[in-house]
Design a protein around this ligand. Structure first.
Ligand code: S3P
Length: 172
């Protein structure tokens, strides 16, 4: 199964993806890391030096290159489902899991390492919370197309087995 983990920045896509892939012995791919490898620049530098449009093209290309892996968990950047028909592509080529969380939870997680996130780096706390609320609303029409939605705030290492059951039932 090719599984795409989706969700806003700070939902723990890379964290859970890594843990679950280790526990189930499948390959793990962090899409942002693939883009960084391919371009030789950090995500923050791509945004700064080449602009968001360039990043979104690189992201779409990196996503489509995932076709080479059959059994894998792929953690996608928070914006990936919302550009370049990526959501349709992921649903056509695998199963999608949306890790849902409330703005306050996301805020807590993002705060610690906001320097890594070009979309947030210039915002103060109040602006950041407002940004999260607005962007999340804007992105929900994409996230809500996921095969399965789970509450990111309640995930554990064992959650993956339940999620896989849901994914399987969904397509039964
Ligand atoms: C982005 C999320 C980031 C990264 C880039 C843009 C977004 O990934 O792809 O900074 O548009 O939400 P994470 O969700 O892994 O932080």
């Amino acid at each position: 199964m090719r599984i795409f983990l989706l969700g806003f920045m700070g939902t723990g896509k890379s964290h859970w993806g890594q843990l679950w892939s280790l526990a189930h012995n499948v390959k793990f791919v962090d899409l942002d890391k693939e883009i960084e490898k391919e371009s030789g620049l950090s995500v923050a530098d791509i945004f700064e030096k080449k602009g968001e449009a360039y990043f979104r093209r690189a992201e779409a290309a990196a996503l489509r290159s995932m076709i080479t892996y059959e059994n894998c968990i792929i953690a996608c950047g928070g914006g990936a489902p919302c550009f370049m028909h990526n959501m349709n592509w992921m649903n056509d080529h695998g199963r999608t899991i949306f890790l849902s969380a409330k703005p306050a939870y996301l805020f807590q997680n993002i705060e610690k390492e906001k320097g890594k996130r070009p979309l947030l780096k210039d915002l103060n706390e109040a602006e950041m919370l407002f940004f999260i609320e607005q962007k999340l609303k804007e992105r929900m029409p994409f996230y809500s197309q996921a095969t399965v939605t789970v509450n990111a705030e309640e995930l554990t290492e064992g959650s993956f087995e339940d999620i896989v059951k849901q994914l399987t039932n969904h397509h039964a």
